[in-house]
Design a protein around this ligand. Structure first.
Ligand code: NAG
Ligand code: NAG
Ligand code: NAG
Length: 209
């Protein structure tokens, strides 16, 4: 039962469409904010191959979804080609056989550096926001509903705004959206930690970094 709960939680970020690297960063952040009890429980559930690192497993849904038709359709899908320090990304939206696609070429992320930089900002500039991000008490609607609603709103306001389907997006596109994306990764990490802490400890909220 507990392991299926964890599985469902691990799938949540996929719904938000981070992709493999985003999931890794979210889980790196999450692990830093787990309470002692939650960290213990998570480590018990991880396979040996993860070496106690939650992030090692967080991209699993990205890997399996290409094997299942229902996972591929009706979802932001992306294809990546790695070329040196750049990644060519195609992202498509739509449930039809002719989805709308965009393309862009972005620098390859230094994933551990990104997680650390985001964690620094959680401590330095977003510390007052953390309790709002993780808040989900006395609320009769499932928390991920709100998180997904935020994503939909941001997708319309920023991700798909002023983009022409079929076009190749430039650095200007990527760089102007990057701060929003980094904040969403921070929120994802904090929220997943808060959820796991709620499940595995009597204490609520994230552990102090
Ligand atoms: C990224 O991390 C490496 C090793 O941890 C470090 O040497 C490097 O300076 C970092 N780069 C940035 C841009 O922070
Ligand atoms: C951290 O915050 C600073 C100041 O707002 C911003 O310039 C920077 O891009 C942020 N970095 C990350 C990784 O969120
Ligand atoms: C539930 O939580 C969300 C986000 O924290 C908030 O916007 C919403 O107003 C809350 N709903 C209720 C009924 O408290």
């Amino acid at each position: 039962m507990i392991s299926s709960t964890l599985l469902v939680l691990l799938l949540i970020p996929t719904v938000l469409g981070w992709g493999k690297e985003g999931h890794y960063v979210v889980c790196k952040i999450t692990q830093e904010y787990l309470s002692e009890d939650a960290l213990f429980a998570v480590k018990q559930l991880l396979p040996d191959s993860a070496h106690g690192d939650l992030a090692a497993l967080c991209s699993w849904p990205d890997e399996i979804r290409f094997h299942y038709q229902y996972c591929r359709d009706c979802h932001d899908s992306d294809g990546r080609k790695h070329k040196g320090t750049f990644v060519l990304v195609t992202f498509c939206w739509g449930c039809t056989s002719a989805p709308t696609c965009w393309f862009y070429r972005r620098p390859r992320w230094k994933l551990d550096n990104s997680s650390l930089a985001i964690q620094r900002n959680i401590t330095d500039i977003w510390s007052n926001d953390v309790s709002i991000w993780e808040h989900c008490a006395h609320n009769y609607t499932a928390c991920p509903y709100w998180y997904a609603s935020e994503s939909v709103s941001l997708a319309c306001k920023f991700a798909y705004r002023n983009t022409t389907p079929g076009s190749t997006l430039k650095d200007e596109y990527f760089l102007s959206r990057l701060p929003i994306m980094e904040k969403r990764l921070a929120q994802g990490g904090v929220r997943l930690a808060a959820i796991l802490n709620r499940i595995f400890t009597s204490k609520t909220g994230i552990a102090q970094a």
